[in-house]
Write a protein that binds this ligand. Structure first.
Ligand SMILES: Cc1cc2nc3c(=O)[nH]c(=O)nc-3n(C[C@H](O)[C@H](O)[C@H](O)COP(=O)(O)OP(=O)(O)OC[C@H]3O[C@@H](n4cnc5c(N)ncnc54)[C@H](O)[C@@H]3O)c2cc1C
Length: 481
């Protein structure tokens, strides 16, 4: 004879019974001495079969566990959203193959964004100003820049999620199934997990989210190296972009136009990255690394940067730019790279996820608070992920991306030299992705009027061509069937 229940756990003051049938009974008040506050959600997030249910019973054991929201992916987007959701009382579990593995990229952002978004305590480096360099000369930008201590941010974020009752679960998602009760996640290793909602935060190129039809994304590709250097570096400015040519050898390299991004990390330490801002590539992005590396080497030689020994760190960067937006008629939600939140003109994503996480978490908490049955996709949550105004702005940016992809190095040099001549608030709002659509349009028109004739001709033909049409057609918001 089977026992009526095979396990129990407490979450705060609630007691949950796991029945042998696999169902989880909830909402029984439990006395304080029975509470297991030390790890309140850890059990709930583990696969049901790992706790007393035989493996053969696994399919019947896949019941709705205590997790309300699964966030798949433990990158910056997944953790930022998980933190915001647990802070609103949502029972969250984060799933990733190796959730505590160090993030690979070195994340940077504008200093004022770091301050306004509350990540200033996690800055490893800050520069009071930045410089952009063009054929016409350097252009000092009165805007500070910052590099994140992303390991500390990541570990503290994980700790905060767990302290607030969230769970961090190791596993690789293989498939998502939505049904009348919620969502079921099947992992590579046979784990079967249940919840009410799922957010895909698995980064660019997610397999689980359907995107609108559209052109293939362009790519930002970069090769970065950190060096100990001989000459004393000035620490007051980061180089946001240096479009200067590295000489005649460039014509043999079959590379799209590149610029150099450089961060003086200490008086004797430099991080420099040769970057294709955005291009439609003929070959796999990684195949451009050797040529980028050679160009960076030549640039540092030309600039007289004496390097000591071997590079201290390498960074290889491939970011899809202007990937199509997620469709709003699906029940699998998305956030971060999986929701195409990368800024189509700069490749940055961090500030966008930090800016949107609170309102997305609000929408999720509200939806779960009024949970009746999952029904269709949640319009409210999708509109918090991408507001109609942000979709309009994104379409404008994507139009700009098409232009960037079409220009050669000399034209890009002129393009950005003109761009940074715009009034400060115009270019700041544009690169931070904070300018409202009318201001964005005004910036673009103003820019249109000020650029040299050949660039204006290119912009005009794009505006009245396919790119312009696509932009106007998509102004209504995320697509639904
Ligand atoms: C080298 C580099 C430098 C960058 N620098 C900056 C920068 O300075 N500033 C900036 O704003 N942006 C930068 N970006 C762009 C952007 O911020 C990153 O791409 C960012 O990592 C995307 O965050 P994410 O959380 O959406 O996805 P990711 O960081 O890619 O995280 C995805 C997570 O999902 C997990 N996962 C994947 N598949 C599965 C699965 N099947 N099941 C479970 N889990 C899964 C992964 O293990 C990981 O935990 C950079 C990108 C690169 C590549």
């Amino acid at each position: 004879m089977q026992a009526p229940f095979v396990d129990w756990l407490t979450l705060g003051s609630e007691l949950f019974f796991q029945l042998s049938s696999g169902r989880l009974l909830t909402h029984l008040e439990v006395s304080p001495e029975l509470r297991t506050d030390a790890a309140p959600l850890a059990w709930a997030a583990r696969p049901v079969h790992a706790r007393g249910v035989r493996a053969a019973d696994r399919s019947s054991a896949t019941t709705i566990a205590a997790t309300q929201l699964w966030i798949v992916g433990a990158g910056p987007a997944g953790l930022a959203l998980a933190e915001a959701c647990v802070a609103r009382g949502v029972r969250v579990s984060v799933l990733a193959p190796d959730p505590r593995a160090a993030w690979r990229p070195n994340y940077a952002m504008w200093l004022d964004d770091a301050t306004s978004l509350g990540v200033e305590p996690y800055l490893a480096h800050r520069w009071p100003g930045t410089t952009a360099r063009f054929a016409a000369g350097p252009r000092p930008l009165d805007r500070g820049y910052a590099l994140l201590d992303d390991r500390r941010w990541q570990l503290e974020s994980l700790a905060r999620i767990e302290r607030a009752g969230g769970s961090i679960v190791a596993g690789t998602l293989a498939a998502i199934d939505h049904d009348d009760e919620g969502v079921q996640l099947d992992c590579d290793d046979g784990q079967r997990l249940r919840g009410q909602l799922v957010v895909d935060a698995t980064g660019h190129g997610s397999r689980f989210v359907a995107l609108e039809a559209g052109p293939a994304p362009a790519y930002q590709v970069a090769w970065g190296e950190q060096w100990a250097v001989e000459k004393e570096l000035e620490l007051d400015r980061a180089t946001f972009m240096d479009w200067s040519s590295t000489g005649a050898a460039e014509s043999d390299e079959s590379l799209p136009p590149t610029f150099c991004y450089a961060l003086p990390l200490a008086r004797d330490r430099l991080f420099a990255e040769e970057t294709v801002l955005a291009a439609r590539l003929d070959h796999a992005p990684a195949s451009y690394f050797p040529a980028l590396r050679r160009r960076l080497d030549r640039r540092l030689e030309l600039q007289g940067v004496g390097r000591i020994g071997e590079p201290l760190e390498l960074e290889r960067c491939v970011i899809p730019m202007g990937a199509a937006l997620p469709r709003a008629d699906q029940r699998t939600l998305a956030f971060g790279g999986a929701a195409s939140m990368v800024h189509p003109a700069t490749g940055y994503l961090l500030t966008t996820v930090l800016r949107r996480r609170a309102r997305v978490a609000d929408a999720i908490a509200t939806e779960l608070g009024h949970w009746v049955s999952p029904g269709g996709p949640s319009r409210r949550i999708w509109q918090a992920i991408w507001t109609p105004a942000e979709v309009r702005a994104w379409r404008l940016y994507s139009f700009g991306l098409e232009i960037i992809c079409a220009l050669d190095r000399a034209a890009l040099d002129r393009f950005f030299a003109e761009f940074f001549e715009l009034p400060d608030h115009c270019w700041r709002g544009f690169v931070s992705g904070t300018a409202p659509t009318p201001e964005l349009m005004a910036t673009m028109l103003r820019y249109f009027a000020s650029v040299p004739a050949p660039i204006r001709a290119r912009l005009g033909s794009a505006l009245f061509g396919r790119e312009g049409l696509r932009m106007l057609r998509g102004f209504g918001g995320l697509q639904r069937s």
